[in-house]
Ligand binder design. Structure first.
Ligand code: HEC
Ligand code: HEC
Ligand code: HEC
Length: 134
């Protein structure tokens, strides 16, 4: 093999290794730390904030895109209440802040997913006070 060939092979190998190493990082971004969820400043809070563990849901096998349902897997993950998404006060309609967490028959909503789990005999909080902890 010529020196050029060797160099090309080495480069190809290095590139392959980089791609293989980079792939898992793209597929599964880091799981954020525990959070306390509250409404954005432009929506008045009427209930206590909600503690939320990404780690627990990750371990339970809930995929990032189940909740972050508009995420394309590449862009930075945004807040539920960014303009044009769940940015409205009140309870009715898909664009209310409320619906992001309580909508029925929607796997992206906390309450809907937990209800299905309980219906199937499992355990997850469905009472107001078990999420909105004072
Ligand atoms: C599975 C968890 C969960 C349950 C159960 C739940 N909520 Fe929520 N709720 C949330 C999350 C998360 C938010 C968004 C963060 C926040 O506003 O505290 C929220 C926000 C809200 C809001 C809008 C923000 C505010 O403070 O006004 C209202 C109103 C609300 N919930 C009422 C209720 C009521 C009433 C119940 C019981 C019927 C209930 N929630 C049950 C998780 C839950
Ligand atoms: C069970 C639902 C759920 C799952 C699953 C989930 N997230 Fe989240 N995530 C949330 C909620 C709720 C927020 C708060 C959104 C807001 O502030 O409006 C959030 C916020 C975030 C944020 C913003 C953090 C910040 O500091 O503002 C990032 C980044 C994120 N999630 C990444 C991920 C990744 C990566 C995964 C998969 C490993 C994942 N999430 C899985 C519900 C979920
Ligand atoms: C797609 C399904 C799904 C969604 C959406 C979901 N959860 Fe859960 N949640 C689970 C499962 C599964 C468990 C039980 C995990 C376990 O016991 O190992 C759970 C358990 C919990 C618990 C109990 C933790 C404990 O220590 O017992 C809390 C609190 C909770 N979820 C909050 C939330 C909040 C707040 C949201 C919305 C921001 C949310 N979940 C959205 C599936 C979901």
């Amino acid at each position: 093999m010529s020196r050029i060939m060797l160099a090309t092979t080495a480069l190809a190998l290095a590139l392959t290794t980089t791609l293989v190493l980079a792939a898992p990082a793209l597929a599964s971004p880091p799981v954020p730390a525990d959070m306390l969820l509250a409404p954005p400043p432009f929506i008045e809070a009427t209930r206590a904030s909600v503690p939320f563990s990404h780690e627990l849901h990750d371990k339970a096998g809930v995929a990032c895109v189940t909740c972050h349902h508009t995420w394309d897997g590449k862009e930075e993950i945004g807040s539920c209440s960014v303009a044009g998404c769940h940015d409205q006060p009140g309870r009715k309609g898909e664009t209310t802040f409320y619906s992001a967490f309580h909508a029925r028959d929607n796997d992206a909503s906390c309450l809907s997913c937990h209800r299905s789990i309980v219906q199937e005999g499992g355990q997850a909080p469905i009472a107001c006070k078990d999420c909105h902890i004072n």
